[in-house]
Design a protein around this ligand. Structure first.
Ligand code: GDP
Length: 407
């Protein structure tokens, strides 16, 4: 019998978390480029990055205002929610953490864990957001994956699970060994696409040693992996991959990858890992909200009553755009929705999927999705929009703390 998988299993609502300057904007740019969402690489220093919509942002060269961008990778849709890395925007970080299902934490390979990386990490812990880590800037003088991983272990998480070995170092950093498949991925100068090949001779022993460390760490944390490890004293790649997925989603382990976003090295394996390990909207607990003093649960089901959280409102040249995370139900163009704060109803104008600097118009959007809506007058960041006959409040006004812990 043919199964028809729920299309939501192929959606990833992700954020990129980082200390300012670790390379979040550059990683985002390279993801958009690698997924064919943009056709030229933007550079932070010349103000051409695509995620930085706002002129103030361009001027400051840091990402202040969250925006959501959609891209496609290997049959999956990744909605990238840009989370502000600056500590002054803690409320925006909180709100963006609420609407994502998983995150990539970016670290600088020279600086390792920095104070802001720690505070954003703790916020993500409180929201139960599963994460993978990307140690960036391996091309910099003084970059060292092991030291960065040690700082992750000491300051953030006891179980970093390193799945790659860098090939070359500093300006000679040319690729990574994938420890699951024991294959090398290298990027030739000027090429944006990885070449796959055998592990270089001089790294074979090192790769085997690291694979062993990874297997032991995984076996220690995952019962099924432990069983297989005890029986066969090794783990098959499929067992490793599914254990890494479980450990990421439960928060018991953090998969660590590495690369250089600036040189466009390591982005494709990062996307593969994000899709493989981080959860879809169906893999996270149903959201809960309040109505008449009672808590209600809303599943990620297109047939359930509509409920969405507005997490960002942007004034753009074409009008006001409200970014929504749809938690349950279906939203169609022309629908009437109720703003749970103001108790007013509003009509939905255009529904848009933001793809870098372009907007795709949609007829409808369903639970689990992230879209922008044009035409809403009163909704603000933090407003719940719901079906008029099924009211719900996801975030009480003036309260930055979430109603729900997704842990
Ligand atoms: P954000 O503040 O976290 O968004 O960081 P940016 O993406 O703006 O990067 C901060 C600076 O680091 C910029 O000058 C980037 O060009 C530079 N940068 C980002 N990634 C890399 C990298 O992989 N290697 C090197 N050497 N520099 C990088």
């Amino acid at each position: 019998m043919r199964t028809n998988p729920n299309p939501l299993t192929a959606v990833r609502n992700l954020g990129i978390l980082a200390h300012v300057d670790a390379g979040k904007t550059t990683v985002t740019e390279r993801i958009l480029y690698a997924t064919g969402t943009t056709h030229r690489r933007g550079e932070v220093h010349d103000g051409t990055t695509v995620t930085d919509f706002d002129p103030q942002e361009r001027d400051r060269g840091i990402t202040i205002f969250a925006a959501a961008v959609s891209c496609a990778w290997n049959g999956h849709r990744i909605n990238l929610i840009d989370t502000p890395g600056h500590v002054d925007f803690a409320d925006e970080v909180e709100r963006s953490l609420r609407v994502l299902d998983g995150a990539v934490a970016v670290f600088d390979a020279v600086a390792g864990v920095e104070p802001q990386s720690e505070s954003v990490w703790r916020q993500a812990d409180r929201h139960g957001v599963p994460r993978i880590a990307f140690v960036n800037k391996l091309d910099r003088a003084g970059a060292d994956l092991d030291t960065a991983v040690a700082s992750i272990r000491e300051r953030l998480h006891p179980a970093p699970l390193v799945v790659q070995v860098p090939i070359g170092s500093e300006s000679g950093f040319t690729g990574v060994v994938d420890l699951l498949r024991l294959r090398a991925l290298t990027w030739a100068d000027g090429s944006d696409t990885a070449q796959e090949g055998p592990v270089p001779e001089e790294l074979r022993e090192e790769a085997k040693r690291r694979r062993r460390i990874l297997e032991e760490a995984v076996a220690e944390l995952h019962p099924a992996a432990l069983e297989e490890f005890c029986e066969r004293s090794t783990l098959a790649p499929q067992t490793l991959a599914s254990a890494l997925r479980d450990l990421t989603r439960s928060g018991d382990g953090v998969v660590v990858l590495c690369g250089s976003a600036y040189r466009n090295r390591g982005i494709e394996p990062l996307l593969d890992a994000a899709v493989a390990y981080l959860p879809s909207p169906l893999d996270v607990p149903a959201v809960r909200g309040m109505h008449d003093g009672a808590e209600q649960e809303r599943p990620a089901d297109p047939e359930a009553p509509f409920a969405a959280l507005a997490f960002k409102v942007n004034a753009t040249a074409t009008g006001r755009l409200t970014y929504l995370r749809i938690y349950s139900g279906t939203l169609e163009k022309g629908d009437t929705v109720r703003d749970a704060d103001t108790r007013r109803t509003e009509r939905i104008g255009r529904i848009l999927r933001v793809q870098a600097d372009r907007h795709a118009q949609l007829e409808r959007a369903v639970a689990g999705d992230i879209v922008a809506v044009a035409g809403l007058k009163s909704a603000r960041a933090g407003s719940t929009l719901c079906a008029p006959d099924a009211p719900l409040v996801l975030e009480p006004p003036g309260v930055a703390e979430p109603v729900v812990s997704m842990a």
